[in-house]
Design a protein around this ligand. Structure first.
Ligand code: GLA
Length: 380
């Protein structure tokens, strides 16, 4: 195994003895639109980013999971012990234990991990890690699972072992994305289709700027679970299986309280915005999706109440500086916003956002240019 993975392969051999059997890669994601709809069996439109988790792996003959990461160090988990870890090892452990529960035999495994997905920024570093470990472990076990099946295992790992009731969007984006495209995903059927992420030919190419507010609120897990419970409560009160089946007319005639109405309204209107965005993109009118991105942000801020001042300022300043549209991306309560802008405007948008943050005394944001990369795969 040579080439661009030399360093990772070398670190693995140095740490664990044998050279790795392979190297697997799973990317983080940006969600273009369709926020807090996945756990309501709704529609989403994420894409995989270039930043990814790489995992080198080899089997071992005892019931131990060895994990080495430059960021977190090296440690071993005794898979024979029933006590799950609560530290950074819980993600690789969750992946391996979920796989075993689903009937795939895993004896022991050594992993060397390298992640370029910023942690805690809402770019889905945890799903990327889970997907990379699941891919490696199934390959080592000689079991070929479909990408959708791996994504569902990653979601279950996070739900059952890590204890966060996430939806299926992030692992599906990591597993199933196609370069140059966003992934239009129906979270009820898991049917998906790629949608080209490109403006009209012959125009200034469009780009997506990711603004990492670097505000990481602890609120995210508790508030996320509350939003999910509130949606499930609203669906039950409306007599539908999930908010995917609810309509605006049903809300007016319902006994939902004011907060539940707003939560449900966000989900119903957001699904509609995803459909409209996909429709424009399929007609090569990417430059026209800006108002939908902004409407999504307003709905997340006002009806769903998951934005924070830093995200609102990032969106406002981007649009004022000439972005075609902008919105928060991911769960909210911190993390990143995205802005769609002509390539030639990108620098100006970034500096306007930086100035707006400085003027308000916020921690200065960091910027990344995001473009849709390929989904997870074995690399070597
Ligand atoms: C997080 C979760 C996803 C999804 C988004 C909000 O990223 O992991 O399942 O619910 O928040 O759209």
């Amino acid at each position: 195994m040579t080439g661009s993975f030399d360093r990772l392969v070398g670190r693995h051999a140095e740490q664990w003895g044998p050279a790795p059997t392979g190297v697997w890669r799973a990317p983080g994601r940006v969600n273009l639109i369709g926020e807090h709809t996945d756990y309501n069996q709704g529609l989403v439109l994420p894409f995989a980013i270039a930043e990814a988790v790489h995992v080198a792996a080899s089997s071992r003959s005892d019931r131990v999971l060895g994990v080495s990461s430059r960021e977190f160090g090296t440690a071993e988990v005794d898979l024979a012990s029933g006590v799950p870890r609560t530290d950074w090892l819980r993600y690789p452990e969750a992946a391996v234990r979920t796989l075993e529960r689903s009937g795939v035999p895993v004896v022991g495994i050594d992993l060397t991990i390298e992640s370029a997905v910023p942690v805690g920024a809402g770019l889905s570093s945890s799903a990327a890690l889970l997907c990379a470990v699941l891919l490696a472990a199934t390959d080592l076990a000689g079991v070929g699972l479909e990408p959708e099946a791996l994504a569902l295992l990653a979601q279950r790992a996070e739900n059952e072992w890590v204890g966060v009731p996430v939806g299926v969007m992030d692992p599906m984006a990591s597993m199933c994305s196609i370069e140059g495209h966003a992934l239009f995903l129906d979270c009820r059927s898991l049917e998906y289709s790629p949608v080209p992420l490109a403006g009209p030919p012959g125009t200034d190419p469009l780009s997506i700027l990711v603004v990492d507010t670097r505000a990481h609120r602890e609120l995210v897990t508790g508030e996320y679970a509350k939003r999910r419970a509130s949606c499930e409560g609203a669906a039950a009160a409306l007599g539908v299986e999930s908010l995917r089946d609810a309509t605006i007319d049903m809300l007016a005639a319902s006994s939902l309280d004011e907060v539940e109405v707003r939560r449900a309204r966000h989900v119903i209107t957001e699904n509609q915005r995803v459909v409209e965005t996909v429709d424009l993109m399929r007609r090569h009118r990417l430059e026209e999706i800006g108002p939908l991105l902004e409407a999504s942000h307003r709905s997340l801020a006002e009806d769903y109440e998951v934005s924070i001042p830093e995200l609102d300022v990032a969106v406002e300043a981007s649009v004022e500086a000439g972005a075609l549209g902008a919105r928060m991306t991911g769960a909210g309560f911190g993390g990143c916003a995205i802005a769609l802008a002509a390539e030639s405007m990108l620098e100006g948008v970034a500096s306007a956002v930086g100035e707006a943050f400085a003027a308000r005394g916020f921690i200065l944001p960091s910027f990344m240019r995001a473009w849709p990369g390929p989904g997870a795969a074995r690399m070597a």
